[in-house]
Design a protein around this ligand. Structure first.
Ligand SMILES: *[C@@H]1O[C@H](CO)[C@@H](O)[C@H](O)[C@H]1NC(C)=O
Ligand SMILES: *[C@@H]1O[C@H](CO)[C@@H](O)[C@H](O)[C@H]1NC(C)=O
Ligand SMILES: *[C@@H]1O[C@H](CO)[C@@H](O)[C@H](O)[C@H]1NC(C)=O
Ligand SMILES: *[C@@H]1O[C@H](CO)[C@@H](O)[C@H](O)[C@H]1NC(C)=O
Ligand SMILES: *[C@@H]1O[C@H](CO)[C@@H](O)[C@H](O)[C@H]1NC(C)=O
Ligand SMILES: *[C@@H]1O[C@H](CO)[C@@H](O)[C@H](O)[C@H]1NC(C)=O
Ligand SMILES: *[C@@H]1O[C@H](CO)[C@@H](O)[C@H](O)[C@H]1NC(C)=O
Length: 847
């Protein structure tokens, strides 16, 4: 049995071998034929390779596999002439074809789909098959640059190149738009499309791509649109977009750790150069010449090669790193949510909007801005609350544009405003309460007064702050639906309860248990009960976005209930509401106001805090004259309060090893208990800095007078922003003057400027008399020296460069020994709490 079986096996194997051999010989001779044809085709060259051996596998520049199939032909830089035969497509094992830098001409042939590397740049190929890339799923590297192809556009078949790593086609006669799918190749690291005829923008599909080297400079017709997508291309090491017509601002590059070469020159970029560009850790070369960049002339680290020819941008001044005037800063903040329009950048020159040349849209008289006239300028984006800092403005004309969003309530604080025209835009939301004598023109905004715009808008969200990204559209949709469904009910309820409050006075429902253990959510009915149906009599204070009511639960515990205005019950309000809950449920500290619960009930948003009977620090610091029974704060109390605040903020900054930033520290957000100990409140603007970072960029919010200059200019927040505000508060405590004091002569309005000037001018002992709040008794040397230490700390905290400011821990260390020198004076807690001005959550001073 064994033998026949064996014999059968041998004979079978033999036949199989024979068949295989024939196939191989056939294929081999096929490759041989092709190679002979190739040799003949390029034989006109002077430096023809030694291709005489009968075995083509022994030819120079050619490699075969063990089956004698050609796998690579590398005939670059040989000064070859002639053209390539179409038979090359039969080399079905070919992986590498390189013929770069020769004088080859004619049509480039199709190649087999086994191909991995295609290097054919710098030749004279006059065409390439439209479907060349069809099925090329092994292709990794393509360099077809500098060939006189006829105009062609990137074909859909390129999608088949799923293994692509390098695609380089400089001056390869491409036209049309850069296709989106370049962003979808998982391994693509180099994309070079210089000197073609691409039009349109950088496709949004590049967002999140793995591209490291991006060259799109020098398009014949020029690419346009914004560079926004670069923000999401965090693998980038090199960006060359120079010589195009890109517009809008340079995007945030704070996640681009490896970026070393950024060439943006010769475009139409506008806006303030983001700090993230200057802070790039790997940056070596940056080119910014010939744009319309605004704001301060950026200052790069030493060692970075900077191409930024003076006078070829629209920086406010030529000296690097020097801040712009406050008027320019304010106008730039206004332009920011409009996308820094080109026409403004072209017209806004220098550092004085009311100086030599006329600034588009700005009307001046006597060195002050009297009117802002942006009528009919095709603007889109949102209205910046920073307009409110232009306090001399009487007319604000924004009509006939495509503005979206809401009218910022900050504008109501503009003291001289006579007319606000926002007609014919796409604004929505509640109209804030302006003075009666302000002429409002609101027509042509179909959604004004409504909680949401009716048509879905892709309104730009200029807030790139960390928490903002979490916007959950599902939640929003639910909220909208709930609001719509319950609107009628709510209106009915409001009317009913208000009537009930007025008519039946202190009627109370069944007294409820306020907070169940472990559950922070409190039913609306309960809060209605404890605040006497949000009765006027219970109002502790009003802010721009909220009203605070006093409440008393059945056991007599007093609470403060903050009720968001209906204007803040929209999406933005929800974010701040959630931010505040998020912070306060994590943050428990004796110098942070404790959250006791909240209520998110249809269109009501309420926060419940511990009750702080003495109200705000600003009440005691500035408004004591207006209230009976209030006395100016003694210096010792001020010191204790300062230390409390410093400790609370220090805790916030290091909370759970993360950086929370308050962003709105000011005396009206510091609350006092009966023992006159302080707690920091109002966490609606708090931002959490992501774990691996020290700063984030946000929409500028906060309060003028307390805003750190770099924050106001760039929106970039670090913990040093709070340190600055804390310094301003210290200055207010020392001087008894407000951060912005309009009763002062022009040059003294801004407390920080005045204070630092005084500090420098009166270096010796004379400083106290002029600067110190007259109500402070400077009776002894100890007070004198502690005042001087605090004044110096205040100046330090308000240093113009964030890195020059100390951290909160330092402030605690300076203040603690001063406080401990004092025995706290006798407590006097007989002051009543009714009718106090509790300024909650204002984002502008309410002068
Ligand atoms: C090149 O090939 C052509 C035909 O293919 C032939 O006539 C010519 O003699 C060849 N020249 C050399 C140098 O081999
Ligand atoms: C390619 O060109 C054709 C014809 O001009 C055009 O319709 C098509 O949109 C272009 N494709 C791309 C990707 O630009
Ligand atoms: C970009 O340029 C094209 C013309 O090349 C123009 O049609 C288009 O409107 C421009 N787009 C932008 C955003 O400027
Ligand atoms: C960046 O990515 C985020 C998340 O994927 C996306 O929501 C955003 O629109 C992208 N931005 C740009 C400019 O592509
Ligand atoms: C970009 O800037 C670098 C450094 O200044 C310079 O060497 C280079 O020539 C510039 N590139 C262009 C395209 O101007
Ligand atoms: C800045 O420099 C440019 C060119 O040197 C000059 O034309 C311009 O007047 C300067 N601007 C200021 C504000 O000094
Ligand atoms: C608003 O935008 C639309 C297109 O998006 C445009 O047709 C219209 O002219 C714009 N309106 C104004 C007043 O610029």
């Amino acid at each position: 049995m064994e033998k026949p079986h064996g014999s059968f096996g041998v004979s079978f194997s033999y036949r199989l071998l024979l068949i295989l051999s024939i196939m191989i010989v056939l294929a081999q001779s096929q490759d041989a034929d092709v190679m002979n044809i190739l040799r003949d085709a390029i034989n006109g060259s002077t430096s023809l390779p030694q291709w005489s051996d009968s075995d083509f596998c022994k030819w120079s520049h050619v490699r075969c596999n063990s089956a004698k199939r050609v796998v690579s032909i590398q005939i670059g830089n040989l000064n070859l002439k002639g053209s390539l035969p179409k038979e090359l497509s039969k080399l079905t094992e070919l992986r590498r074809f390189e013929c770069q830098s020769n004088g080859l001409t004619g049509a480039f042939p199709s190649l087999p789909t086994s191909l991995q590397n295609l290097i054919i740049y710098h030749n004279g190929f006059t065409s390439i098959p439209q479907d060349f890339f069809k099925g090329m799923s092994n292709l990794q590297k393509v360099r077809i640059d500098f060939n006189p192809f006829p105009r062609w556009n990137v074909t859909e078949t390129l999608r088949d190149c799923v293994a692509i790593q390098t695609f380089s086609a400089d001056k390869a006669s491409f036209f049309g738009e850069i296709p989106d799918f370049f962003g979808a190749f998982p391994g693509l690291t180099t994309l070079s499309l210089r000197f073609n005829q691409f039009v349109g923008g950088l496709p949004s599909g590049l967002s999140g791509s793995s591209i490291e080297y991006l060259w799109v400079n020098g398009q014949e017709i020029k690419l346009n649109g914004t560079l926004a997508v670069l923000q999401n291309m965090t693998s980038l090491k090199l960006i060359w977009v120079n010589g195009n017509a890109f517009s809008g601002p340079i995007p945030d590059l704070s996640n681009h750790d490896q970026l070393f070469d950024v060439n943006l020159r010769d475009n139409q970029l506008t806006g303030v150069v983001p700090l993230s560009l200057m802070a790039l850790p790997s940056l070596q070369v940056v080119n910014l010449t010939n744009n319309l960049l605004q704001g301060p002339t950026p200052k790069f680290k030493t060692g970075v090669s900077v191409d930024m020819i003076e006078g070829t941008n629209q920086f406010c001044r030529n000296e690097t790193g020097q801040p712009c005037s406050s008027m320019v800063n304010a106008l730039l903040s206004v332009a920011e949510p409009l996308g820094y329009p080109l026409k403004f950048a072209q017209s806004w020159k220098g550092n004085d909007p009311c100086g030599g040349s006329t600034w588009l849209g700005i009307v001046c008289a006597g060195g002050n801005i009297l009117a802002v006239n942006f009528q009919n300028m095709g603007l889109s984006g949102t209205i910046s609350p920073s307009l409110a800092s232009l306090t001399s403005v009487r007319r604000l004309l924004l009509d006939n544009n495509n503005l979206t969003g809401t009218i910022p309530s900050e504008l109501t604080s503009m003291p001289l405003l006579q007319e606000l025209d926002v007609s014919n835009n796409r604004l929505y939301g509640k109209v804030p309460a302006f003075r009666k004598d302000v002429a409002l023109k609101l027509g042509g905004n179909p959604d004004i007064g409504k909680d949401k715009p009716s048509a879905p808008l892709s309104a730009p969200d200029s807030d790139s702050g960390g928490n903002g990204k979490k916007n959950n559209s599902a939640v929003i949709v639910v909220v909208v639906v709930v609001i719509v469904v319950l609107l009628g009910v709510a209106i009915w309820g409001f009317i009913w309860f208000n009537r009930k409050c007025k008519h039946s006075g202190k009627s109370q429902g069944p007294t409820p248990i306020l907070v169940e253990a472990g559950n922070m959510a409190i039913p609306l009915q309960v809060l209605r009960g404890v605040t006497n149906n949000f009765c006027e009599e219970n109002i502790l204070g009003r802010g721009g976005f909220s009203t605070v009511y006093r409440g008393e639960s059945h056991d007599g515990t007093k609470i403060a209930v903050k009720r968001m205005e209906s204007g803040m019950r929209g999406e933005k309000g929800l974010r701040e509401f959630e931010a505040e809950i998020a912070v306060l449920t994590k943050a428990r500290h004796k110098h942070l106001v404790a959250l006791q619960g909240y209520c998110l009930d249809a269109n009501e948003r309420l926060l419940v805090y511990e009750y702080m009977p003495q109200g705000t620090l600003s009440r005691h610091l500035f408004s004591w004259k207006d209230e009976e029974g209030l006395k100016p704060l003694e210096w010792t109390r001020r010191l204790t309060i300062a230390l409390d605040v410093a400790r609370g903020v220090e805790y916030l900054h290091g909370l759970a090893q993360r950086n929370f930033i308050h962003r709105d520290l000011k005396p009206s957000n510091i609350l006092l208990g009966d023992d006159m100990r302080a707690k920091v409140s109002d966490f609606g603007l708090v931002r959490l800095v992501p774990e691996d970072k020290t700063s984030i960029e946000t929409r500028v919010a906060g309060t003028f007078g307390y805003l750190a200059p770099e924050y106001a200019a760039t929106g970039r927040v670090t913990t040093k922003v709070d340190v600055y505000s804390f310094g301003v508060i210290l200055m207010e405590m020392v001087t008894g003057r407000r951060a912005l004091d309009n009763s002062q002569p022009e040059e003294n309005i801004h407390l920080v400027t005045w204070f630092r000037r005084m500090l420098i001018n009166n270096k010796d002992d004379a400083f106290q008399e002029a600067m110190i709040d007259p109500t402070i008794e400077v009776s002894d040397q100890e007070t004198r020296s502690s005042l001087s230490i605090v004044a110096e700390l205040a100046g330090h905290c308000c240093a113009s460069e964030p890195y020059q400011r100390p951290d909160m821990g330092h402030a605690v260390n300076v203040l603690a020994p001063l406080v401990e020198n004092w025995k706290p004076a006798e407590e006097n807690s007989n002051d009543t709490i009714s009718g106090i001005h509790l300024e909650m959550s204002l984002t502008l001073p309410r002068e």
